[in-house]
Design a protein around this ligand. Structure first.
Ligand code: ADP
Ligand code: MG
Ligand code: ZN
Length: 606
């Protein structure tokens, strides 16, 4: 775990740096906005004064007529504020000779004219020469530029890796599962260790390897392991770091990164989130052009280093479809390795690796935890074990018990149980029927897995939840299965409608997931009979046009049909099995939670 902590610390340092930069930038912008606002207000004030001026001769006349109520003079200034009797607004007048003017008013007052004279000391703002206000914006701009350059230097400094950080202690043994992938990458390790062997043979040496996989599947880990196994420096940068800085910086960052790599070669350059800079070069809006420059620089660098430099560029992404095809050409990232979510065996191994430094009770059954966590990534499994340790501490256990891990699984998947949250009886009933709806519908859908637990105890943001037994690891999901998944998802909303004749916001997540599945069915998996097996995802508008003018409408219609059908099926199923729905809901209201056995019992009754 130590190396991981170390890694995190470094990461945090970088993050801290970036955060500081960001904060100072935000502060600067705020200052700028305030100043600009100030200038605008000042100017508008000034212009307003201009509209409301009164000529000196007219002022004297008005004073003689007795129409002036008050005159305000600031020492040293030649503008006076003048208030007319019966008028709200004040006017300003330029006084050619203030002393004479003051004497004039004093005589008028002596004559019985009711006029108030106020003489104010000069304020700070009035002392400023008016030119300062016209050059202020320029001053701010200059200051801003200086700051930007300073920050650029700072950002660069944060990226300097010292010797200790360069070498990593991660080995292939620290990466659980992924046997085939490791096998494929061993060649890279071998090449880094003995490049002569390859160059002598005239073999075209690998340059770039792209790792595809969801976040947390171990892409960074395996990249580090390659560097660790080959005992070469590991230099890394994240694609999002390239683009979050100011214009023009991305490309220079890439150049610097490779400069460093050349000095350290043989080494590994790891570019995380490469999609951030390497997404398709389509339009030329501002941000895109900036990315293009960065991407072009990367391509130039990769084409630039030859066989004499032993540099392997590893890059990771979870959105391969976004990548610019130029990245995948020979001599660039011509090897692509998919890092899948771990299968049952992989999950068990990951759980074993990450429980090594934890005290587990004998009753812990990692096999069954692995079975229950299909679809989980390595990072999530690690997280579960950490959570389990926390849960165990809370429960005052000496060791982590199986229950602690099961609780941690729920905590990670649905959120923390919130027993203390006060819920009205009406909401409870709604939740009970909602969850019962999911559970009952699933029970009658052949492709859906069995219910493991139903609960109306709030957890995280959810008012209740229905947990299913985990799916066998599968590579393919059939259309029928997806359709039935939609029915199960909409079972909650359907039950609310059927029983309470009202619907709630509680189903929002179900709806979100269902919509996504339906959209994928139509646009990604070609499961719509009318639209056929065409990939509509990530297409530009002009690419879509070749499928017909109203293709967007047709896709929408198909998605809607899928959802409507599933919802109606859910209603039908629930009507048919209304007795079970009521029974489950009632039991939930009584016990708050139903486990697998209790659930099955209800269905075994005649
Ligand atoms: P990615 O880069 O794909 O987002 P990471 O490599 O950062 O994922 O993985 C995050 C953490 O999850 C790792 O530090 C490790 O603790 C754990 N992990 C992920 N996959 C594995 C694996 N196959 N074996 C062991 N640990 C793993
Ligand atoms: Mg990563
Ligand atoms: Zn639901």
């Amino acid at each position: 775990m130590n190396k991981e902590q170390n890694k995190n610390k470094n990461k945090n340092n970088d993050k801290e740096q970036n955060k500081k930069l960001l904060l100072s930038l935000v502060g600067l912008l705020l200052l700028l906005v305030i100043l600009i606002a100030g200038i605008i207000i000042y100017n508008s004030y000034n212009s307003k004064e201009e509209e409301n001026t009164i000529a000196y001769t007219d002022l004297i006349k008005e004073i003689s007529y007795g129409n002036i109520e008050k005159v305000e003079l600031t020492t040293g200034s030649r503008t006076a504020k003048v208030k007319f009797r019966n008028e709200e607004e004040e006017k300003t007048a330029i006084i050619p000779d203030t002393e004479a003017f003051v004497t004039l008013i004093q005589t008028k007052v002596a004559e019985g004219n009711e006029i108030e004279l106020i003489q104010k000391p000069q304020s700070f703002l009035a002392q400023l020469p008016s030119t300062i206000f016209s050059i202020l914006p320029t001053l701010i701009m200059v200051a801003l530029f200086i700051m930007i350059f300073k920050m650029q230097g700072l950002g660069e400094k944060g990226k300097v890796y010292d010797e200790t950080e360069r070498k990593t202690k991660v080995r292939f043994d620290d990466v659980a599962g992924l046997e085939e992938e490791k096998g494929e990458l061993k060649e890279i390790v071998d090449f880094l260790k003995r490049p002569e062997k390859y160059t002598k043979m005239g073999a075209r040496v690998p340059k770039g390897v792209l790792l595809y996989g969801k976040p947390g599947t171990g892409k960074t880990l395996i990249a580090k392991a390659i560097a660790g196994e080959a005992d070469v420096p590991f230099i890394s940068m994240s694609g999002s770091e390239f683009i979050e800085m100011f214009a023009g910086l991305g490309a220079s960052r890439v150049r610097k990164l490779f400069e460093k790599a050349r000095k350290l070669a043989p080494c590994i350059v790891f570019i995380d989130e490469i999609d951030a800079i390497g997404s398709r070069r389509t339009s030329n809006s501002g941000a895109e052009t900036e990315n293009n420059q960065t991407l072009n620089q990367l391509l130039v660098e990769m084409d630039g280093f030859g066989t004499e430099e032993t540099i392997i560029v590893l890059a990771a992404t979870n959105r391969p479809e976004m990548l610019d095809k130029a990245l995948l050409r020979p001599g660039r990232f011509d090897r692509q390795i998919t890092i899948p979510n771990p299968d049952l065996k992989g999950r068990l191994e990951i759980l074993k690796i990450h429980s090594k430094d934890k005290k587990l009770s004998d009753d812990v059954n990692l096999e069954s935890i692995a079975e229950d966590t299909a679809g989980f990534t390595g990072a999530e499994l690690e997280n579960i074990l950490n959570e389990a340790a926390i849960v165990a501490t809370k429960n005052k256990h000496d060791e982590i018990e199986n229950d602690d891990i099961e609780e941690a699984v729920k905590k990670v998947t649905v959120g923390l149980e919130k027993r203390e949250r006060v819920i009205s009886d009406k909401d409870k009933r709604l939740t009970a029927y909602h969850e019962a709806g999911h559970a009952v519908v699933s029970q009658y859908l052949p492709t859906q897995t069995n219910v493991k637990e139903v609960s109306i105890i709030p957890r995280g943001v959810a008012g209740g939840y229905t947990m299913y037994k985990s799916n066998e690891d599968k590579y393919y999901i059939s259309k029928t299965e997806m359709q039935e998944k939609l029915i199960a998802l909409l079972g909650g909303r359907a039950a609310e409608k059927l029983v309470l004749n009202d619907i709630s916001t509680g189903a929002s997540n179900d709806i979100e997931v269902a919509t996504q599945i339906a959209r994928d069915m139509v646009t990604k998996y070609g499961m719509s009979d009318t639209l056929g097996p065409i990939d509509f995802q990530g297409k530009e508008p002009y690419e879509m046009q070749m499928f017909g003018e109203n293709i967007g409408d047709k896709i929408g219609e198909e998605v809607k049909t899928l959802i409507d059908t599933a919802y109606n099926d859910a209603i039908t199923l629930l009507k048919e099995h209304r007795d079970k729905l009521d029974e489950i809901a009632e039991t939930l209201l009584q016990k708050e939670k139903i486990n697998e056995q209790e659930f099955n019992q209800i269905f075994e009754e005649a």
